[in-house]
Every structure is written in structure tokens, then in C-alpha cells.
Design a protein around this ligand. Structure first.
Ligand code: SF4
Length: 205
């Protein structure tokens, strides 16, 4: 029975946990098409990509055991009103909440292979701000359309140098792995419109 990816809530990035969980390499990143794919020839129907605790944290990967299951899952995905931004509970500059959207400095390179616009929030513990006063990432992502978000805890000076980051927290915007621009410093909910205007300038809207 097939594995189905609900792309409505999957941000379709190379750094997908299911790739590491899959024992046969069936679940993979297609570099040319820039998408996650399942190789039916290699898949052994173990279901781990959908059920393992170490796999997708947002439930975007589904595994059908029977034909009835398959039809039900397809219908559920068809009717699913959610988008990826509905799952983003994080707030700009505040403590990370939703670990699926966190990644390490090293993991970021593979996330940036996505062809989508990518917004990367970088922070260190010392720059964590008040949760209540912080802007919900979901509200920013709704302005960006189909895009990828990751939150990176900076561990090295090299990382800051690589992107010439002088102030944290910061927002970095990438397309096809190329840095389009960045916004440095914390913005409160009262400054949301100001921040969104700056973002639109960077991404050319
Ligand atoms: S069902 Fe098993 S073999 Fe098939 S893609 Fe998922 S993890 Fe890989």
C-alpha cells in the first residue's frame, strides 16, 4: 500500500526526517525536481516514514494499510483546510515552541536547497524575548505565501560571519539558496506592519 504525503502541510524541504528514518532509501529528495518522493521499487511497506516518532512531526506523511485506508486518507487530504502556516506556533524572537521548524546551523544548508522562498530566524538564548509581545510566525508566513520557515539557534561565530549578522534575533530570506536580504533586531507585535513592509521590500513584493 502506498505512502502519501500531504503537501498542504508539508514544507517539502530536503531536511525531512523521514529520509533518515526510511530503512531502504525509498523515501528521498529528488534533487532535479526539488521535491520529496517515494521510490515504489524500493519501498517495503514498513510504514516507518509515517509512524516513527523520529519522522514527520506534523503528520504530513500518511501510510495506507488497505485500499479502504487509501481512499479515506485521500479524501481526508482533499478536505484538509490547513496550510503549513496553520502549524506554526512559534513567535519571532521568542523561545522555540514547534521543534519541527527548528534546525541546526549544519542542517540549514540542506533546507536552503528548496526552490521556495525560505525565511530563517536566527537567535541565541540571550536574545529570547517575551512570548506575548512577539509576532506569531504564522502571521508573517501568511504574507509570504508558499514558503519555508526555520528557526536556528546560533552556536558559532562562523555562522554569524557567513551571513554578516550583527544583531540577534534576525530574519534571513533566501531563494534557491541565495541570500536575498535580512532584517536584524527584535520587533514586537506593535511593529508587525513595519516588519512586514521591510520583508516585502526584500522579497520584491
Ligand atoms: S514505508 Fe518504509 S520503506 Fe516505504 S518509504 Fe516509508 S519508511 Fe521507506
Amino acid at each position: 500500500m502506498p505512502v502519501i504525503i500531504n503537501f498542504k502541510i508539508c514544507d517539502n524541504a530536503e531536511a525531512c526526517n523521514a529520509i533518515n528514518v526510511c530503512p531502504t532509501g525509498a523515501f528521498h529528495w529528488n534533487k532535479e525536481k526539488k521535491t520529496l518522493e517515494i521510490d515504489k521499487e524500493k519501498c517495503i511497506d514498513c510504514g516507518l516514514c509515517a509512524t516513527s516518532e523520529r519522522s514527520c512531526q506534523v503528520g504530513a506523511i500518511r501510510y495506507a494499510k488497505t485500499l479502504e485506508d487509501l481512499e479515506r486518507i485521500k479524501e481526508e487530504i482533499d478536505k484538509d483546510p490547513r496550510t503549513i502556516s496553520d502549524l506554526q506556533a512559534d513567535r519571532y524572537g521568542a523561545t522555540p515552541i514547534n521543534m519541527p521548524f527548528s534546525c541546526t546551523e549544519e542542517e540549514l544548508d540542506s533546507v536552503l536547497t528548496t526552490s521556495k522562498l525560505c525565511m530563517v530566524e536566527v537567535y541565541i538564548e540571550d536574545t529570547i524575548e517575551c512570548l506575548i509581545k512577539s509576532i506569531p510566525i504564522k502571521e508573517i508566513m501568511k504574507e509570504l505565501g508558499d514558503s519555508v520557515y526555520r528557526k536556528v539557534a546560533v552556536k558559532t561565530e562562523e555562522f554569524k560571519k557567513k551571513y554578516d549578522i550583527k544583531e540577534l534575533p534576525s530574519l534571513l530570506f533566501f531563494k534557491e539558496g541565495k541570500l536575498l536580504g535580512k532584517i536584524e533586531g527584535y520587533y514586537t507585535v506593535d511593529q508587525k506592519e513595519e516588519l512586514i513592509d521591510k520583508i516585502k521590500n526584500i522579497i520584491g513584493e
